[in-house]
Ligand binder design. Structure first.
Ligand SMILES: N[C@@H](CCC(=O)N[C@@H](CS)C(=O)NCC(=O)O)C(=O)O
Length: 218
C-alpha cells in the first residue's frame, strides 16, 4: 500500500459530525489505505457541488491513483474493497457471501441510515410533530430487531466473519447508543439492551475495533 498516493476523503471537520463519512473512514483505517481528510463543513458550497458531489453531501472521495471521484458512502465502500481489499480481509470474493454482503450494505443504505437520519431530524427540529419523532424511533427499533434476529446464533452478518457489511452499520448505531438526541428517547425507554442482545453484543464488539476507535479519534 505504501506506493499509493493518499485518497482524499471529504468530510466535516468536527470531532463527530454526521455519521455517513465515518463509514468510509472506518474502511480506510481497517485496510490501512493512505488518505487525507479534506475539511468540508459546507458541502453545499458551489465549488464542492460543481467539482465533487452535485448532491452537496459528504462523504466523497477523490482517488489520485485511479483518477476517480466518487460520492455516496455505499458506492465508496464497494469501490474501496474492490480496489484495495483484493485478499478479502473484509470483503467476500466468492460464493453466496459476495451477494449477501451487498444485500446488507443496501439494507444499511436504504433501511438503516435514512430512518435513523430522519429520527435525528425530528428530535432536533420536530417538537411540533410528535408523530414524526415516534414513527422514526419505532423504525430504529424495528431495524435493531431485524438485525437481532439475523444475528441469532451468528457473530457476524456474512460467512461468520467480519466484513464491510458489519462495519457499514456502526456509524449510525453509534448515535443511537451514544448521542443524547437519539439515545435518551430510545436506548432505555425502548429497552434495547434487554430486547435485542444479539444486536447490542454485535454492535459493541464492532465499536471496540481499533479501526473504529481510530476513525473517531479527534
Ligand atoms: N446517502 C448519502 C448520505 C450523505 C449525507 O446525508 N451526508 C450528510 C452527513 S452524514 C451531509 O452531508 N449532510 C450535510 C447536508 O445535508 O448539507 C451517503 O450515504 O453518502
Amino acid at each position: 500500500m505504501s506506493a499509493l498516493q493518499p485518497i482524499k476523503l471529504y468530510m466535516h471537520s468536527g470531532a463527530v459530525g454526521g455519521p455517513n463519512p465515518y463509514k468510509v473512514l472506518i474502511i480506510l483505517h481497517y485496510l490501512n489505505i493512505p488518505f487525507t481528510k479534506v475539511a468540508t463543513d459546507d458541502p453545499k458550497a458551489e465549488w464542492f457541488v460543481k467539482n465533487i458531489n452535485p448532491n452537496g453531501r459528504v462523504p466523497a472521495i477523490e482517488d489520485p491513483n485511479t483518477g476517480l471521484t466518487l460520492w455516496e458512502s455505499g458506492a465508496i465502500i464497494e469501490y474501496l474493497v474492490d480496489k484495495y481489499d483484493q485478499k478479502g480481509k473484509i470483503s467476500v470474493k466468492e460464493g453466496k457471501g459476495v451477494w449477501e454482503a451487498k444485500q446488507y450494505l443496501h439494507f444499511q443504505m436504504s433501511g438503516q441510515g435514512p430512518y435513523y437520519g430522519q429520527a435525528v431530524w425530528f428530535h432536533r427540529f420536530g417538537d411540533h410533530m410528535p408523530d414524526g419523532k415516534k414513527r422514526y424511533l419505532e423504525q430504529i427499533e424495528r431495524v435493531m430487531m431485524v438485525l437481532h434476529n439475523i444475528l441469532e446464533g451468528k457473530e457476524y452478518l456474512v460467512d461468520n466473519r467480519l466484513t464491510y457489511a458489519d462495519l457499514a452499520f456502526v456509524p449510525w448505531n453509534m448515535p443511537a447508543q451514544q448521542w443524547p438526541v437519539l439515545s435518551d428517547p430510545l436506548w432505555k425507554p425502548y429497552q434495547i439492551e434487554e430486547k435485542y442482545p444479539n444486536f447490542v453484543r454485535w454492535h459493541n464488539k464492532l465499536a471496540a475495533l481499533d479501526a473504529v476507535k481510530k476513525a473517531y479519534e479527534p
